[in-house]
Design a protein around this ligand. Sequence first.
Ligand code: EPU
Length: 342
Amino acid sequence: MHIESGVGLRTYNTFGLPAVAHTLVRIADDADVRGVVNHPTLGAAPKFVLGGGSNIILTRDMPQVVLKVEVRGLRLVEERADAWIVEAGAGESWHEVVVWTLAQGYPGLENLALIPGTVGASPVQNIGAYGVELRDRFESLDAVDLRTGETITLGPERCAFGYRDSVFKQALAGQVVITRVRFRLPRPWQPALGYLELERKLAEWRSAQPQTEPSAQQVADWVIAIRRAKLPDPARIGNAGSFFKNPVVTPEQCRDIIGRDPEIVHYPMPDGSVKLAAGWMIDACGWKGKTVGQAGVYEKQALVLVNRGEAIGSEVMTLARAIQESVYGRFGIRLETEPVIV
Ligand code: EPU
């Protein structure tokens, strides 16, 4: 096991924020995690699990032992009558896994194309886009318990998936290192095209070629085009995707807000509650394209905060708090941050 000291993390987080990890250990397999757990000094120290760094805001140097997950591997583990089961190492790039499954003829992840980050982070925040969430394609995962060093396997019920939420953000936060995730890709493939922008793409397709149905690769290409049109590429402009969750309110609260702001974008949820578009509210408060220090609000999507060059975490958080205050002042809604603030 190789223990690194004083490691700069700027290139290890997609927002490009500066911070230093006092101690960093690269994890290539479960045995590496056990090596840390059984280590005479690192064993008892607090740990922080780092994947692709696409959903964290670093506001300070890290005294914890940073476990940088680099577990590789990608394979079909089972072909059932009703599903393909694919397993990926937690350190694999999420988008490369989506691309690989499509090339192999195992469709199902196409709506989740181009999401930044690693496979290991995907269950933690139950990634979702264009009408599909990770939980809809999840079979099970392996994780190493940071107290005992044992490898455990968890099915969907133990993961307690919610909207951008799971047991790994709650009861098991900081307790386990996810090392492999298995996906259940249902057969026969059914495209999920209910999201408004995909419906539009489908309508254009149908009018051009009424006899044929789009393939999973075609759906992936649409998702990639939609994302590229309104989300910044972290390789060019530092960001962590949506900075706030879309708030969920009661129908009464929603009626109240609609009374004052009839234009507000909102979606009824199956349980009767209503999800409000946080991006719309931030936009309505006039934040789109604004800059505070080196942190800014993206010009094409107000829900995304960006690094204008040399931002530091505290500037990003100052901007985030100003946005939260103005949305609260106008709509009476407290926006919750979506990335993990470190
Ligand atoms: N809107 C505005 N102004 C804005 C931004 C949005 O008016 O500046 C309006 C849009 O026109 C649209 C509505 O708000 O009517 C919703 O916007 P959009 O479709 O872009 O989706 P979102 O709710 O902002 C969520 C996810 C994204 C995911 C998309 C597509 C969250 C926090 N974000 O964004 O996920 O890609 O839906 O499914 O749920 C992420 O989690 O990092 C992420 C990018």
